[in-house]
Design a protein around this ligand. Structure first.
Ligand code: COA
Ligand code: AMP
Length: 638
């Protein structure tokens, strides 16, 4: 008999070893685990210790061995190049085995790191799976990051090899990746031994003799590599994400727990069966791309869509509906910002009428809170359940969701529903005590976290402890604030740190401040996330100049904008900055970013009792108004 959500969730917490041990039976192991949950190093936990398996085998070879080789594994749909390709499980296995052989021939082995800097092309997926096949640890860097960010990741991960493409394609422009990579390697202290370059016809990369090798030549000369069994606790990948300081955190995903949780989630959360088409419209550079473009759908034997395009402009706001209809997509997963972009260009849904999307059964949204307008629009236009679910790079899969494969619960607007199995959540007050139902607190999850979540940060165990485990002993601190209502529905309201969310991309305002502060004319600065109708939030910087700087402010602002683009990358979307005489601070010197944000967002704000000079806020209000903030009606002082 099918269990209810309540029963399933209860069992997952009462008997985690039984629950996840059972889920692990669906995975192929070359050696069975000794222990499902290893708590010998608490508060750091490990799953399936003693077990051995291989991610690539579970994603590809296993399906071929079970007779599904002719089934579609990957659908590459690229409106920016006009390409559309369907790759079967057998073909994807063959291409991956060959590229794994090419990496091995370049000296890449178990535990070695490989940085992948590629756009949304099948070779990006093949490179990830090829690393997993030989037990190497990949670290994918999103193409919208600039050389400096890439260099920071090269120095932290110390890769033996980099796999990159000659270019990515953004609407209206070709982004040459190779010069960015060359510059990053120049900036970095660590030197990768080899760079494997995929030449795309839109831009040919200049190769550096003795270091760079051509993807196709390397593959043609190589032999196929077999899947190497690795420990369940071995890292599958490192994915860097924004933290509170400029230095990104290297989130590690382990092998065994990762396979078990992701495979389980496909049927239990998304209700997606093997053979069906599943589409996560994200990018392989983000955690959503790792988990739900690449690994989970392939573990599940689904067909996954790799879409190299945008929700609008490639060529129109009907792009998503075309892909759904042409490839018979059953489940779509994207960020609310994509739907806001479509809604803005086609509010009445005219483009929907041109496509038959009756195959679509559900839409899942994550990356930021789904605003009620977008939720209502999507529900009305698509006529399918629209599920907001909450997760993070660290967790690798949903903390809270409406688990459609277990039991569809009634949707509550503004809530990602209830904790997924394996998750026990609390909202804690500043004293670490449970907040009253409905009161906002720090959202924390009781340890141990379920399998598939991060066991550690790369080479930064202490930072892991300090960032997530120290403030609330016995819990994982999510960094999000929110509340839990009387019926157990969770509401995620804001971050408790300086992370902001721009078009579903996670950015650190601290990292942007570090770049701005490096401008020779800038004495100090403050960056905050201001509300934006399309992207959710946009970074806005207030700059205080060094004494004696008499240059035109406009020139300094445009240099500052350019500097962030060069140092962090276009993905930071940093275009708003104002020169101000001073920053508002408390008497102890803390910058009042929260109050400035309220003014910019047009929210009610109170004069902080601890402010050192109230007149500064009047100046800031004027400077923000000149930038067009708040967009309407002005900020109101209480
Ligand atoms: N390589 C190089 N540059 C990139 C890039 C990549 N892979 N991805 C984005 N950029 C650039 C963009 O071209 C843009 O540059 P510009 O300042 O010259 O215009 C800049 O980075 C900002 O990109 P983005 O925030 O994506 O804005 P956009 O205006 O291009 O598109 C949306 C807006 C809403 C359509 C887009 O963000 C989107 O599709 N979001 C979907 C959500 C998503 O994928 N979320 C990921 C987590 S689920
Ligand atoms: P990332 O690590 O890039 O996936 O970003 C994770 C952060 O995005 C979370 O900590 C939240 O702040 C935010 N987030 C993701 N999904 C949701 C959601 N459904 N509701 C509210 N915030 C979300």
């Amino acid at each position: 008999m099918k269990r209810t959500y309540q029963e399933t969730h209860h069992r997952s917490l009462a008997d985690p070893e039984g629950f996840w041990g059972e889920a692990a039976e669906a995975v192929h192991w070359t050696k069975r685990w000794d222990k499902v949950l290893d708590d010998s190093d608490a508060p750091f936990y490990r799953w399936f210790t003693g077990g051995e398996t291989n991610v690539c085998y579970n994603a590809l070879d296993m399906h071929v061995a079970q007779g599904r080789g002719a089934q579609t594994a990957l659908i590459y749909d690229s409106p920016v190049t006009g390409a559309c390709e369907k790759i079967t499980y057998a073909e994807l296995t063959a291409r991956t085995a060959r590229f794994a052989g090419a990496l091995a021939a370049q000296g890449v082995g178990r535990g070695d790191r490989v940085i992948i800097y590629m756009p949304m092309v099948p070779e990006a997926v093949i490179a990830m799976l090829a690393c997993a096949r030989i037990g190497a640890v990949h670290s994918v860097v999103f193409g919208g990051f600039a050389s400096n960010e890439l260099a920071v990741r090269i120095d932290d991960a110390k890769p033996v090899a980099v796999v990159a493409a000659s270019c990515g394609i953004e609407p209206g422009r070709v982004v040459e990746y190779k010069p960015l990579l060359d510059r990053a390697i120049e900036l970095a202290e660590h030197r990768p031994r080899v760079c494997v370059i995929l030449q795309r016809p839109q831009a040919r990369a200049e190769m550096i003799d003795g270091r760079d090798v051509d993807w196709h030549e390397a593959a043609a000369a190589a032999e196929d590599a077999e899947c190497a069994p690795v420990a369940a606790t071995d890292p599958l990948y490192i994915l860097y994400t924004s933290g509170t300081t400029g230095a990104p955190k290297g989130v590690v995903r382990d092998t065994g727990g990762g396979i078990v949780a992701l495979k389980w989630s496909m049927q239990n959360i998304y209700n997606a069966a093997p053979g069906e088409v599943y589409w996560a419209a994200s990018d392989v550079g983000w955690v959503v791309g790792h988990s739900y473009i690449v690994y989970a759908p392939l573990f599940n034997g689904s067909a996954t869509v790799l879409f190299e395009g945008k929700p609008v402009g490639t060529p129109d706001p009907g792009a998503f509906w075309r892909v759904i209809s042409e490839h018979r997509v059953k489940v779509l997963f994207t960020a609310p910002t994509a739907f806001r972009a479509i809604k803005k260009e086609d509010p009445r849904g005219e483009y929907l009428k041109k496509h038959d999307i009756s195959c679509l059964q559900s839409l899942f949204l994550a990356g930021e809170r789904t605003d009620p307008d977008t939720l209502a629009w999507a529900k009305e236009k698509l006529g399918v359940p629209v599920i907001d679910h909450w997760w993070q790079t660290e967790t690798g899969w949903a903390i809270c969701s409406n688990c459609l494969g277990i039991e569809a619960l009634p949707v509550r607007d503004g809530s990602p529903t209830k904790p997924a199995p394996g998750w026990q959540l609390e909202a804690l007050d500043a004293n670490g005590k449970p907040a009253a139902r409905g009161d906002i607190g720090a959202l924390v999850a009781k340890l141990p976290l379920p399998p598939g979540t991060f066991p550690t940060l790369w080479n930064a165990r202490e930072r892991h402890f300090d960032s997530y485990l120290k403030n609330f002993p016995g819990y994982y601190e999510t960094g999000d604030a929110g509340y839990i209502d009387e019926d157990g529905y969770v509401f995620v309201m804001s971050r408790t740190d300086d992370v902001i969310n721009v078009a579903g991309h996670r950015l650190s305002t601290g990292a942007i401040e570090e770049v701005l502060a490096s401008h020779p004319d800038v004495a100090e600065c403050a960056v905050m996330g201001v509300r934006d109708e399309l992207k959710g939030e946009l970074p806005l910087g207030c700059l205080v100049l060094n004494a004696g700087v008499s240059r035109e402010h406009a020139g300094i602002v445009s240099e500052a904008v350019q500097l962030v683009r060069e140092k962090i990358g276009p993905v930071a979307a940093f275009k708003l900055a104002a020169v101000v005489a001073r920053l508002p601070k408390t008497r102890s010197g803390k910058i009042l970013r929260g109050t400035m944000k309220k003014i910019a967002d047009g929210e009610e704000w109170k004069m902080p009792a601890t402010i050192d000079d109230p007149a500064i806020l009047e100046e800031i209000t004027g400077a923000l108004r000149e930038l067009g903030y708040p967009p309407k009606n002005g900020g109101q002082k209480k």
